[in-house]
Ligand binder design. Structure first.
Ligand code: HEM
Length: 407
């Protein structure tokens, strides 16, 4: 039986998606493939997928209006999932508000409403709180003394606390949503487990929307309740998406980013000795690590030409974020981590209309996080051999399950 993720995620051979050498590099197979061309037809497990490894071609795919993000109703998903199972997995009320799967103009409506809430003022007001959250976590680590698991003590709580604050979720409920998110993103969760999990996550979020309707606060969800005519199902979907997208991604960047810096002590030292480098370092880590390891997928609604290749209506395209971010036509020495590398146009946050809504927030969290970490722990090191750090090869967002450190 396929796992739930496999239903909406095009299948690629493990040798192209699993990091099999250095934990920060794309697989050897993927690097080899990138060397042979920029867009590749891959057939695997009954799926035919166009895999994009070139930078310009990736941006063209992600900007093309002929490309759809509706992975739930794609020809591929419709062919794989019986109508009965489709209705059970994705009833309309469970799709409401999930604008990451929508195309224009439906997507445009949600994106506008959300952009209105992700205001410069709200992000600016949040920055001192992010500072406080980061330093509180690090001070607690110091107080407890070495060793520590950086994921448990720092990388996961920081973005979880921030997104809770932004959305107005009680941080006391974190076990509930962290556990369910982990299940949602696991590549091994079965379809039945996923249905149960999604229903329960939605129920939790629906309770929150109801609470904001009764007594709105100053948070983003209350703002949406107050200022828009979104339905409760739509608000639930939006809150769900923000909560999931808002903590797992940034958590993995913080943890895997720290691991990468520890494995490149010269780069760690550069950042520690020159804190002004941090914004550059964040962009470089986003590029170098490409935690959206499985890539970003689309299907063509009509025939479209990308870099001289015709993609036919109905065909699936996967933009390989790890390969694209190491494209040697864009970056000199692409496989090197250089925190002072001049900023380029990586696709770690995607590109086009779906480009990450939370990117400014994520950047602030990472900039504050890495700055304070190297300042407070100038002698940080791994507490186990690097080969023993458990990698998230079983999850759709790459990173580490834990990062034992000492100082
Ligand atoms: C979309 C990556 C942090 C909310 C995306 C996409 C990528 C991405 C690649 C595009 C998906 C596509 O084109 O199908 C990341 C990374 C992050 C991060 C690497 C951390 C380092 C965040 C945060 C939030 C967030 C903190 C929320 C506060 C979203 C949302 C979308 C999105 C709502 C969908 C946007 C749309 O469809 O219009 N993200 N993200 N992300 N991200 Fe992020």
């Amino acid at each position: 039986q396929r796992s739930a993720q496999q239903l909406i995620r095009p299948q690629l051979p493990a040798e192209l998606t699993q990091r099999d050498g250095c934990p920060f590099d794309p697989s050897k197979g993927l690097t080899e493939l990138s060397g042979r061309g920029r867009i590749h037809k891959i057939e695997h497990n009954g799926d035919t997928v166009w895999l994009v490894t070139g930078h310009d071609e990736a941006r063209a795919v992600l900007a093309a209006p002929q490309m759809s993000s509706d992975r739930i109703n794609s020809p591929r998903a419709r062919a794989l999932i019986s109508p009965e199972l489709h209705a059970e997995l994705f009833p309309p009320e469970r799709q409401a508000g999930s604008f990451i799967f929508m195309d224009a103009p439906e997507h445009t409506r949600f994106r506008r409403l959300l952009t209105g809430q992700f205001t410069v003022r709200r992000m600016r007001d949040l920055t001192p709180r992010i500072h406080e959250i980061v330093t509180d976590r690090l001070d607690a680590m110091i107080e407890k003394g070495p060793p520590a698991d950086l994921v448990h003590d720092f990388a996961l709580p920081v973005p979880s606390l921030v997104i809770c604050e932004l959305l107005g979720v009680d941080y006391g409920d974190r076990d509930e949503f962290q556990r369910r998110t982990a299940k949602l993103l696991s590549l091994n969760t079965t379809i039945d487990e996923q249905i149960k999990n999604t229903v329960e996550l939605r129920r939790f979020m629906r309770g929150l929307v109801d609470a904001k309707r009764r007594s709105p606060g100053d948070d983003l969800l209350s703002g949406l309740v107050r200022d828009t005519d979104l339905t409760d199902d739509e608000l639930t979907g939006i809150a769900n998406l923000l909560l999931i997208a808002g903590h797992e991604t940034t958590a993995n960047m913080l943890a895997l980013g720290t691991f990468a810096l520890l494995e490149h002590p010269d780069q760690f030292a550069k950042l520690r000795d020159d804190p002004d480098l941090v914004e550059n370092a964040v962009e470089e880590l986003l590029r170098y690590l490409s935690i959206i390891s499985m890539g970003v997928s689309r299907h063509a609604k009509e025939d479209v030409e990308i870099g001289g290749t015709t993609i036919r209506a109905g065909e699936t395209v996967v933009v390989s974020v790890p390969a694209v971010n190491r494209d040697d036509s864009q970056y000199e020495d692409p496989h090197a981590l250089l925190v002072d590398r001049p900023r380029g146009h990586h696709v770690a946050f995607g590109h086009g209309i779906h480009q990450c809504l939370g990117q400014q927030l994520a950047r602030v969290e990472m900039a504050v996080g890495f700055t304070e970490l190297v300042k407070k722990f100038p002698a940080l090191k791994l507490a186990v051999p690097a080969g023993e750090v458990p990698l998230r090869t079983d999850m759709s967002i790459y990173g580490v399950h834990s990062l034992p450190v000492t100082w």
